[in-house]
Design a protein around this ligand. Structure first.
Ligand code: SF4
Length: 342
């Protein structure tokens, strides 16, 4: 089983005061922790980040990662160069603080020949809660300051798209930027501003409430849309365009615990206490029957093997996202075992 083109997610904080109604981590925000880097954590992260097989390092949180920007910048400092970073944020800082954040990030990536994409949330859930909106400001600031180590894109959980499209066009206009939307597929648009193009990704809502308006994709619809977008069947793991093999999706929590993304009932170690390397993780994927099945067999086919359709339906209604599903299924004895081919 070939594994290449890995994605490394580092969740650097659980702290957030924004309060989006749909947030899956709301219970952790007040008393939660932020990542700090021990010397072993630095050694582990440096090894994981600088491996040739890594395609992207994505910094996010179970909270708002701007609340731990210091550790984000320390993580950028661990790179040997030539790396693609991503920072996923609501961009809630006042604009002067946001500008200082961009300046430091630009300096660190430029020194190493790295690049960082800033992915700003642009959906109705976030926008109604954020006072300082970063979307127009950020594109304007990048253009004026020539921040060539940074790029920007947008993400939304409004799959009906109208809010996000309308909001971005209006917000950019307030900053003197004439923009247009170019639809690409069920999960992507492109925002065009002059010669520049900015991606917009649409995700489905993980825990839809009973009164969630129509227009959101259910799990099977979402998997189908991903398969149409990437032109291959959906499995867990980091999906790369065919004919490339897929990679591993590794997620590191604010306390240092390590999991394969989407298989989070199995803790694989901790960056503060264990030696974490891609080759050991690859052995785990190849040698653990459930993980091997989830990484190598289409998820829709594996779900079709489950012989408790009512129970599965109730779980799918609750965990409406392939990366949250396994964790929910693990709460029911014997269910995950049914996914493993005999
Ligand atoms: S900004 Fe992110 S972490 Fe904070 S409440 Fe909203 S979804 Fe949750």
């Amino acid at each position: 089983m070939d594994l290449h083109g890995h994605l490394l997610y580092i969740d650097i904080t659980q702290i957030c005061g924004i309060g989006c109604a749909f947030c899956m981590y709301a219970d952790k925000h007040k008393s939660g922790m932020s990542m700090e880097l021990s010397s072993l954590a630095r050694e582990n992260l440096a090894a994981l980040i600088n491996a040739a097989a890594v395609k992207r390092i994505s910094i996010s949180g179970e909270g708002e990662p701007l609340n731990n920007a210091k550790v984000f910048h320390e993580i950028l400092g661990l790179s040997d160069g030539g790396k693609q970073f991503e920072f996923i944020t609501s961009g809630f800082f006042p604009h002067d603080k946001m500008a200082a954040f961009y300046d430091t990030t630009q300096q660190l990536v430029a020194e190493r020949g790295d690049h960082c994409n800033i992915r700003l949330s642009a959906d109705s859930h976030h926008i109604e809660k954020v006072k300082w909106r970063a979307h127009g400001f950020s594109l304007d600031y990048q253009r004026r300051q020539g921040l060539d180590g940074l790029s920007f894109s947008f993400r939304s959980i409004d799959t009906d798209r109208d809010f996000t499209r309308g909001y971005l066009l209006e917000e950019l206009q307030r900053w003197g930027l004439e923009a247009a939307i170019e639809p690409r597929n069920a999960l992507e648009d492109v925002l065009v501003v002059g010669d520049a193009r900015f991606g917009i990704d649409y995700k489905n809502l993980v825990h839809p409430a009973a009164d969630t308006p129509a227009g959101y994709l259910d799990l099977h619809g979402y998997i189908g849309a991903i398969e149409a977008k990437i032109n291959k069947r959906f499995t867990l793991g980091s999906l790369n365009p065919p004919p490339a093999a897929n990679g591993m999706d590794l997620t590191i929590k604010p306390n240092g615990d390590v999991y394969l993304y989407g298989i989070e009932h199995q803790r694989l170690g901790n960056i503060h206490f264990d030696r974490i390397r891609w080759e050991h993780l690859a052995s785990h994927v190849r040698e653990t029957p459930l993980v091997r099945a989830l990484y190598s067999q289409p998820l829709a086919d594996l779900l079709a093997r489950v012989d408790k359709p009512d129970l599965l339906r109730s779980i799918l209604a609750k965990a409406n996202n392939p990366y949250w599903l396994v964790k929910e299924m693990a709460n029911h004895d014997g269910l995950l075992e049914q996914l493993v081919p005999a």
